[in-house]
Design a protein around this ligand. Structure first.
Ligand code: GTR
Length: 396
């Protein structure tokens, strides 16, 4: 069975056996933690105060209550192009498979990045970098591969990069420690706020960016980190930390991603921490059925991207991921972007299905259909990125 079909079945199964509220009338009231008030009560009314006071506070709250820390030190990083084909996609693209070796305390891990770069552009290409939890085989350029539609993206003037999360942390309750945690950062395993799987996947994206910074065919100032579902959660946390990320795309990341945790709709903190304890630090489980006591909510994760671009995609039948809760989180993050002279003014209500809203640097759509990332979604990501980078003149 194809691996992504397996994921869809597993997803449907988890959705079915754990009761969740999908009745809008049963969503209770909630009060979101304040974005623009520091812990000492000070009002945050400038980008400078946001950057020096509130942003570090919020990052730390996410580290200590949800995802754990993401270390940024290692002894050495090296890159080796294992395969190169300058004539991929009938000459439209250059394909590279790159080994990224990271060494710390004499231990080494290897990430394999897949990279397609358009040949037919004047300038270095902006690049979509996918945190891929569906297996390396899904990064193939087949025309029917909607999850990773290389040709479509190349035709639009963007490069496409990706790596398999199992190179850094296998998506498994106990085996997640087997790569970078055991080999490079063993001290994190026993730390209450040490790195866990979602943080590790974002760390992996950071190492791919390290490589992209050395490849002159891509524009490493225009890296768009993309993830679907659990990959989307990792993409947001990665973009929150690593300010080299120019844009984060969260596709149906749902609970602990773009969805407001306090909104009682779809997947809950109780269910997610029971099913996927390895994604988070143990403390996060204390907020099961107790979301109102979280010191953060997910609008604050989106706000950590400011003033960079954030795109949130959802799907109408994906109630598990709570499309409305994701839209409301994006809307609630707006005041921080406002500190940077942007005036995003998202409508109060989510747009109709399949309609994209763009209020730079924020964008959103709710596709019809179920939980997946497909060609429609990618076309919206490209349209949004075009707007944001105003890159239409980059075509020959
Ligand atoms: C589900 C999980 C979601 C989402 C999804 C996926 O089972 O409950 O939070 O991450 O998996 O990654 O497809």
């Amino acid at each position: 069975m194809k691996i992504h079909l397996l994921y869809i079945l597993l997803f449907t199964f988890t959705t079915a056996i754990f009761a969740q509220n999908t009745d809008e009338s049963k969503v209770g009231s909630y009060v979101l933690p304040e974005l623009l008030r520091a812990q000492n009560g000070e009002e945050i009314n400038s980008s400078e105060k946001w950057n020096t006071i509130r942003r570090p506070e919020i990052l730390k709250l996410f580290e200590d209550n949800v995802y754990g820390q993401v270390p940024d030190s290692f002894d050495k990083i090296e890159f080796k192009v294992l395969e190169q084909n300058n004539n991929a996609l009938t000459g439209k693209a250059t394909f590279k498979k790159v080994a990224i070796y990271v060494v710390r305390n004499k231990k080494i891990i290897t990430i394999q990045a897949h990279l397609y770069i358009p040949n037919n552009v004047k300038k270095p290409a902006p690049v979509f970098l996918t945190i891929n939890h569906r297996g390396g085989e899904t990064m193939n350029p087949s025309p029917d591969n909607e999850f990773w539609p290389v040709e479509e993206v190349i035709n639009s003037g963007y490069a496409m990069a990706g790596f398999d999360v199992k190179d850094v942390a296998p998506d498994h309750k106990t085996q997640y420690v087997n790569q970078i945690l055991t080999k490079l950062y063993p001290e994190h395993i026993s730390q209450p706020n040490g790195m866990r799987a979602l943080g590790a996947w974002g760390w992996g994206a950071g190492r791919v960016i390290d490589y992209l910074e050395t490849d002159t065919a891509v524009d490493a100032k225009k890296v768009i980190v993309v993830g679907h579902s659990r990959g989307g959660k990792a993409a947001l946390w990665c973009g929150a930390q690593d300010q080299r990320v120019a844009m984060a795309v969260s596709n149906e990341s749902g609970n602990s991603g773009a969805k407001l945790s306090r909104r009682n709709f779809g997947e809950s903190v109780e269910v997610i921490t029971r099913n996927f304890p390895h994604w988070f630090i143990p403390k996060y489980a204390e907020y099961a059925n107790n979301e109102h006591n979280l010191p953060i909510d997910q609008h604050m994760l989106l706000a950590l991207l400011a003033p960079r671009a954030v795109y949130v995609a959802s799907a109408a039948e994906d109630s598990w991921a709570d499309p409305k809760g994701q839209y409301l989180a994006l809307a609630a993050a707006q005041p921080v972007f406002g500190l940077y002279d942007f005036k995003p003014n998202l409508p109060d209500n989510m747009p109709p299905d399949n309609e994209q809203v763009i209020h730079l640097p924020l964008g959103f759509h709710n596709r019809d259909g179920g939980h997946d990332m497909n060609l429609f979604d990618w076309r919206q990501f490209v349209k949004f990125a075009d707007e944001y980078f105003k890159k239409n003149n980059n075509k020959k």
